[in-house]
Structures are given as C-alpha cells and as structure tokens.
Write a protein that binds this ligand. Sequence first.
Ligand code: PLP
Length: 445
Amino acid sequence: MTATTTQTTTIDATDPEPAKPGAGATAAGLDTRIFEERESQVRSYSRSWPTVFSRAKGPRVFAEDGTAYLDFFAGAGALNYGHNNAEIIKPLIEYLTGDGIMHSLDMYTTAKRDFLSSFTKLVLEPRGMDYKVMFPGPTGTNAVEAALKLARKITGRQHVLSFTNAFHGMTLGSLSVTGNSMKRMGAGIPLTNTSKIPYDDYFSGSVDDFLWLERVLADSGSGVDKPAAIIVETVQGEGGLNAARAEWLRALSELCREHDILLIVDDVQAGCGRTGTFFSFEEAGIVPDIVCLSKSLSGSGQPLAVTLLRPELDEWSPGEHNGTFRGNNPAFVTGRAALDLYWGDDAFAASVRERSAELHAGLGRIAEAHGGTLRGRGLLCGIAFPDDATAGAVSRAAFERGLLVETSGPESEVLKTMPPLTITPAELAEGIDIIEQSAQHVLGN
Ligand SMILES: *Cc1c(COP(=O)(O)O)cnc(C)c1O
C-alpha cells in the first residue's frame, strides 16, 4: 500500500464534537496513523473497531478519547473473568514487586507448583479426572499441535479426523484440522493427513450423523485410513456457534472407544467456565483422552495453555516437545488466583448458568423478531440471521452504540456474544438492549 492509498483516521485536535461511540475517527486524541502505515494489513479486529483502546475494567473497555464500550467480546474468550479483575491482578502485582520468577522454561517454580496444586484440587479431583498436565507453549494452537503430535506418536497412525466448520488454530497442524477455506489457503502448502467429517446436525437432521463414519471404520475395503484421533469442539466458537448435543458427543466418544481412536476435545474457547461448567463436555459426561485449554486459563488475558492427557498416554520423551515460553509464571500466578477465586464451589458456575438463561432469553427474543435463530451454549451464543450480511451490520451498529460484539461463521453470518462470565444482570441487560436497538436499526421495525 502506498501512502496515498493509506486510509488515515487522524483527527483535528480542535474538533469540538464530544466523544461518542463510533465517532473515534473524528474525536480528539485518536491517532491511528502508525498502525495504518507500519502494521501489517493482516490485522483484522482493528478494522471492525477503528478506535484506540487504552484502559479496561471489568466488562468495559475505554478508548483513549474516553469513550466507554461494553465488552461482549471478552478477548475472544480470553477474558472470562473481566478486564483487570482486582482479585486476580493483586497477587500478580505482589509477585512482580517481590521479584518472582518471570521465565523458567519447564523448570520447577513455586508459581507453577501453586498453579498445578489449585488445578488438581479445584478442577481435576472434584470431577474425578486424572489427567497429566503438559505445558506445550503459551497459545491455543500450541496445545492443539501437542495433542495431534502425541496422538500420532501413540497410535502410530497419521490420519486425524476433524469436523466441518472446525477452528483449531493457525499453525500448520492446527490449520490442517480447521475448516475455514480462506484460512486454509493461507498455509500455502497442501494440508494433508486429515479429513473432515460432518459436525452434529450438518445435514439438518436428515441423515444419521455417524452413519458414514461407522460404516467406513467397520469396512476394511472403505479406503479410509483408520485415524489416530478425532478432534472436536463442543461448541464451534469461530465456525458459527454450532453446539453439539450431549448425546451426539457421547456417541462420538463411544465410537472412538470402540475403534481405539483417541478423542481430543479442543476446549480452548468453550472451556474455563464459558458454557456454565469448567469443561464444556461435563454436561455430556464424557472423558476425552486429550483436552486442550488456553484462552481464559490464566484468568488475566496472559498467554497460558495446557494439553491434558490420560496418564497412560504420557509417552513423551523428555524434551521431545518443548518451547521457550512454556513457563509463563505471571500467568501461573493469575491462573491460580482465578481458580481459587471462582472454582472452589459451584456458586460461580451457577451464576454463569443464570446469566446464560438471561442472555438466551434476550437473544431469542431478538432472533424471533427478525426471523433469526439462537445458536450456541452458555455464554458462547448468538444469532444467525436469515441474510448473511446482517450480523456484520448489527455488529457495526452496536459499536456505534457502545458495544463490542463480533461475528462468527464461514460467512460471518452469526452475531456472536461472549460477555465476561462475571457480568452483572444489569450490565447483561444493557448489552442485550443495544443489540436489540442495533438489529432494529439495521433491519427496521
Ligand atoms: C482460539 C482458538 C484456538 C487457537 O488459540 P490461539 O491462542 O489463537 O492459538 C484453538 N482452538 C479453538 C477452539 C479456539 O477458539
């Protein structure tokens, strides 16, 4: 891009207009030139929300001109406990001022010990789960890559099955099990050793979901290589908020067990309480062989990921998988604080389920008024509108009214709400109101 075609939204500092949402491009103090001139055009969220954010607290984010936005995006699920949650940040500040270890690769540290202890005591033990915890590198895609590698190593098979509209991350292994064609094209090389199979309700109930898979796995002449693993999201966060039914997940788990295929649940987005239980698959009562967690695991927006494995699958050789940033100690500190704060009993999860019911009722009402359908589960839900372009337009109208809410799905056709789990009923209602007004503004009536 040349300087002449660069869009610049800098402003005359003498502009007398007071700051109002969406007026960022004309409000004083918002200088976006350096981003447009220097930052790669690969950036995308900044295109939906063309303002400059400077502070955030709880469910609100503030632009540098002072405009407040209610956040129904929550860092794509990395901020389940809100922005700068005081109870989570306090121990971090103490840790930093006390010269706590910042970086440690996979060495033993007190921060990692405390995190693992709380994770064991508050997450694994109460659920009767006995997983080994692997730190694969700090992002969601790192957790997925480690899971795929391990499944292939253990089974000696190369093939992995994943689902239509799945999203598992941007590195090559994760991309190979992701559905989105634009993102797959970005790989620049063939994405091999994987196949896509239909997610729950892909045929709108007209075909038995596992018919094909059951048949080809049982048929030695099918020509379909037996997979090492099947990787699944219980709710497809990026792929359009399709939510698998509990009985479908149980049937998938059963099929994997029968055929000696490892079941990997990618709970990077739907996990950490998003659907009303710590793991999104608890409701289905399944126990996956491998589980990937990241996004809200640190509780503070810092990068942290784990790959959980059944103990008998822990066949790694020391150092066979590694990474410089596996020991993100500040993230251990806040991750532990979040677990201690919210997961000691069921009270927090129960409040998430109450907020979910309220959000579903509100969005359901809006969907009904405009011929749309409610999608998703828990506080990972949204509206699929009849026209693909509506969700984007509603998202833009919401931004102008002071709400951050994104879209999801292959054609960005689903309005996707993801408020912090700590949101109050009043704040939730405020956001629902803005969505309602925005939908009315876009669609009339
Ligand atoms: C976000 C996400 C990932 C990738 O995580 P990154 O931290 O962006 O690498 C993988 N799987 C799911 C389900 C996700 O939502």
